[in-house]
Each structure stands twice: as C-alpha cells, then as structure tokens.
Design a protein around this ligand. Structure first.
Ligand SMILES: Nc1nc2c(ncn2[C@@H]2O[C@H](COP(=O)(O)OP(=O)(O)OP(=O)(O)O)[C@@H](O)[C@H]2O)c(=O)[nH]1
Ligand SMILES: [Mg+2]
Length: 307
C-alpha cells in the first residue's frame, strides 16, 4: 500500500448506554463535540465528529445507546443509531469492559440487539473494550476479550480508556487503515456537521443532566427559541427553553430560590462562550409540556430521531 493514499470514511460508534461512546468520540477528535454524563441515555441524536490529518479523514457518528426499552422517544433514538450503522464504512462497538469484567453475566443480554447484526457484518468491525483504567488487574480483561471474540470472531478487539486516551492511538491507526480510499469530504478544520444552535442546546442539556437527580433528566429537553447575533458588539443572545413533563419537575429544574437554574445557566454559558469564541448572553426558561416524551411531532420539532 502506497504511503500517499488518502482515506476517508464514516465510522458509527455503537454500543450499550453509558459505555463511553461520546467520551471516545471527544477523545478521538481532541475536542468536545458530544455531551457526556454518568447517566445512561445521555446522547439522543446522531452526533458527528470529524478527525482530519495528513493521511485520512474519519467521520465518526456517535449514537444513542442501544437498549431494549420502550416508548416513543426511545424508538426514535434507536432509529437514529441503526441509521448511523447503515451509513457507515466501518463500525465501532463500544462496551464498558470494567462492568463486564466484574459482572460477566450482564454481557450477553446488554449486547443482544447487536450480537447477530455485528456477527453478520462484512464491513470492518472494531470492538472497543472501554474504561480499562478502572480495572486494577488487567488480567481480569482476558475472559471478557475471549467472550467478545466468541460473539464476533471477525472483529478486531481494542482495550482502551476513552477517558485518559490509553489504547486510543492504535485503535485510530487501525480505523484509518480500514477506510476506503477517497478525498476528504469536509474541510480540514471542520469538527462536526452539527449546527452551533444544536451544540448550544446540547451543552445546556448536559448541565441539566449533571445537576438533576434520578429520572428527571430523561424528562427534560432543550429548544433554542431565538439566537440573536449582535455583530457590532460581537456578542450573541440565546433564548433557550427547557421543557419538562410535569409542573413538579419544573420546580426541581429551577431549584430552591432559582439556584439550580442559575448554576445550569452559568456553567452552560461559559462553555457556549468557549465554543463560539465570543460573548454570550443566555436566557433560560422552563416550560411544562406534559408527556412530550411520547409526542411524535414535538420530538420531530426538536430534531430528535433519524436525521
Ligand atoms: N473511568 C472511565 N470512565 C469513562 C470512560 N469513558 C467514559 N467514562 C464515563 O462513563 C460515563 C458515560 O460516558 P458517555 O461518554 O456519556 O457514555 P455514552 O456511551 O455516550 O452514553 P449514552 O450517550 O448515554 O449512551 C461518563 O461518566 C464518562 O465520564 C473511561 O474510559 N474510563
Ligand atoms: Mg453518549
């Protein structure tokens, strides 16, 4: 193979919820484009992250975790994960290796929706055993790697830590080598195909996920209602609405004396400023929209589901 060959392709990152798919995406491209939280089902859409260098352009698609839960929002989330898989040149299946090293009995059930489709794949498949930094004794990984090889004998398996980057360079090298020859599809300095409006809404949603307890994060959605640029002063005013499913949830999002909402607003604003590299004025409102999670047209209006 000639050194001068340029490769470009799409890689879908798939796996159970909370496996570290979004963290890995951010580590691979060296920038935060996908939001991350300790709770499962953080990612709701297909999130692209683009890695460009002298030899290749890798267009990663982060996806919502694959699970077997019901409900309309879960359905549209799953649909967007399967759609990413359809459009990919190569597939990355990410698993929490620390979890399955400790609890091997969970593995087969958690990967069940992926087991047969991945086994039948003819495209390159990379199985990524993530969170190895949490394993005190790395030999605990061996039975898991054997089990994964048993499920998917054709796949290459990579133990990594998406959090500290361990094992990521060899994974990236293998991914680049597996991509088809072709010219870059996006400008070299482009990190994502996502609009800034969407990224800003995601940052607010991440801060909500991190600030709220129990099931509440799942009943929140963020919509950017207005985005006013003041080019002369070089700042932007963003009006965002946080939707919740019940009025009791509204009180929790706002918090005692408005403290939670203020904290969410401040941390989100700082991060959006960094992203846009200019001054940001962020206004947050909380609105109740009962059972939005089952409302197909509302989900569609929020851009949820297959793109
Ligand atoms: N220790 C450790 N934690 C990690 C690693 N990768 C991800 N995490 C943590 O695992 C949690 C889930 O990470 P995400 O990247 O949001 O996982 P995800 O697979 O995108 O999750 P969903 O979008 O909810 O499906 C977060 O708390 C991360 O900080 C890792 O390599 N090591
Ligand atoms: Mg995610």
């Amino acid at each position: 193979m000639s050194e001068s060959v340029f490769r470009c392709g799409w890689v879908a990152l798939m796996g159970p919820p909370n496996a570290g798919k979004s963290t890995l995406l951010n580590t691979c491209i060296g920038q935060k484009v996908a939001i991350v939280s300790p709770r499962p089902q953080t990612t709701r859409n297909q999130i692209t992250g683009i890695l460009s260098d002298a030899q290749a352009q890798v267009i990663f698609m982060d996806t919502p975790g694959i699970h077997q839960l019901r409900g309309k929002m879960n359905r549209v989330m799953l649909q967007s994960a399967w759609q990413a898989m359809e459009g990919a040149d190569a597939l990355g299946v990410i698993l929490d290796a620390d979890l399955y090293a400790r609890r091997p009995e969970f593995l087969a059930k958690d990967i069940a929706p992926l087991t047969a489709p991945i086994a039948a794949e003819t495209r390159p498949v990379f199985v990524i055993a993530n969170k190895v930094d949490l394993l005190g004794d790395k030999s605990k990984l061996l039975p898991l790697l054997e089990a994964l090889h048993g499920f998917w004998p054709r796949a290459e398996i990579f133990p990594v830590s998406a959090l500290n980057g361990e094992g990521v360079p060899p994974l990236l090298a293998a991914i680049k080598k597996a991509l088809p020859e072709g010219e870059a599809q996006f400008p070299e300095d482009m990190l994502s195909t996502l609009p800034m409006r969407f990224m800003a809404a995601e940052i607010i949603r991440e801060k909500l996920f991190l600030s709220l307890r129990q099931e509440l994060p799942y009943s929140t959605a963020v919509d950017i209602e207005a985005w006013d640029e003041d080019f002369e002063r070089g700042h932007v005013t963003i009006h965002a609405v946080i939707y919740v499913g019940r009025s009791s949830h509204k009180a929790m999002v706002i918090g005692h004396a408005g403290r939670n909402l203020k904290e969410v607003g401040q941390t989100a604003r700082r991060e959006i400023m960094e992203l846009l590299d200019r001054k940001v004025h962020l206004e947050l409102w909380v609105k109740v929209k009962e059972n939005w999670i089952e409302d197909a047209s509302f989900l569609h209006a929020l851009g949820l589901g297959a793109q």
